[in-house]
Design a protein around this ligand. Structure first.
Ligand SMILES: [Zn+2]
Length: 204
C-alpha cells in the first residue's frame, strides 16, 4: 500500500505497482542522480487500456517529452500530463530492459529479469499478462537520436541528485514503476528511485 504524501523508495534493480486516482499527482524522483525509472500506466477501469508510446509521440510530434506534454493510451485517451520536469530528457522509444536484453546486448552481464520482469511481477496482482507490457515512459533515460541517420545511443541520464518529474493523473490508473536494471541506461551503476503521490495542485 502506498501512503499519500509520503516519499517511497524503490530499491536498485527492482519495481513496484500502485494505484493513482484521477486528480492526484505522481512525482518520480532520482535521489542520487543518473538513474532511470520505467513508468507504466494502465487504466484501472479496463486493464486492456494502457499507455502508448506510438500514440503519444504521434500527437506530441516530438521524441523528447517534457512539461506540458500529454501521455496517451492505446485508445487515445489522456492518462497523464507532465506538469513539472527538472531534467527535460526522457525516453519513450525503447522497451523495458528484460532478461533478453542482457542476453542480446551485454556479453558479460549475468541474467537479470530487468524492468520487464520486475514490472510483470509487480503488475501480476492486477491481472496484467507479461506479453501485454508495452513500451514504458522511461523517466530520465537519455536516448539521443541522430536526426539524419536515425541512429540512437543510450547515454547516462542527465538527472542530478534530487531531480524529479511530476505527472498529473487524468484518469484512475494502475502505475508500474522501476529502478532500472540495465547498465548502459544508468551510467554503469544501479541506484534507487523514489516517488510520492500528492493531492491535486493542477485541477482543471
Ligand atoms: Zn530497465
Amino acid at each position: 500500500m502506498t501512503l499519500k504524501g509520503q516519499t517511497q523508495t524503490i530499491p536498485p534493480r527492482s519495481g513496484t505497482a500502485f494505484t493513482l486516482s484521477a486528480g492526484e499527482t505522481l512525482t518520480v524522483i532520482d535521489p542520487e542522480g543518473g538513474q532511470v525509472a520505467d513508468l507504466l500506466a494502465i487504466s484501472a477501469a479496463d486493464t486492456r487500456e494502457m499507455i502508448s508510446s506510438g500514440r503519444t509521440l504521434d500527437y506530441a510530434e516530438t521524441l523528447y517529452l517534457s512539461t506540458g506534454n500529454l501521455l496517451y493510451s492505446n485508445r487515445s485517451n489522456v492518462m497523464l500530463e507532465i506538469v513539472e520536469d527538472k531534467v527535460g530528457r526522457h525516453d519513450f522509444l525503447l522497451t523495458p530492459c528484460s532478461e533478453a536484453t542482457f542476453r542480446l546486448c551485454y556479453d558479460n552481464e549475468p541474467p537479470h529479469p530487468g524492468c520487464h520482469g520486475n514490472l510483470h511481477a509487480a503488475l501480476s496482482p492486477y491481472g496484467i499478462a507479461e506479453d501485454a507490457i508495452p513500451v514504458a515512459f522511461n523517466c530520465f533515460m537519455n536516448v539521443p537520436v541522430d536526426g539524419e541517420t536515425g541512429r540512437l545511443k543510450v547515454l547516462p541520464p542527465l538527472s542530478r541528485a534530487g531531480d524529479f518529474i511530476r505527472f498529473h493523473a487524468r484518469m484512475d490508473l494502475i502505475i508500474g514503476l522501476t529502478a532500472c536494471s540495465a547498465p548502459a541506461s544508468n551510467g554503469g551503476s544501479f541506484k534507487p528511485i523514489q516517488y510520492r503521490i500528492g493531492q491535486d495542485e493542477f485541477a482543471r
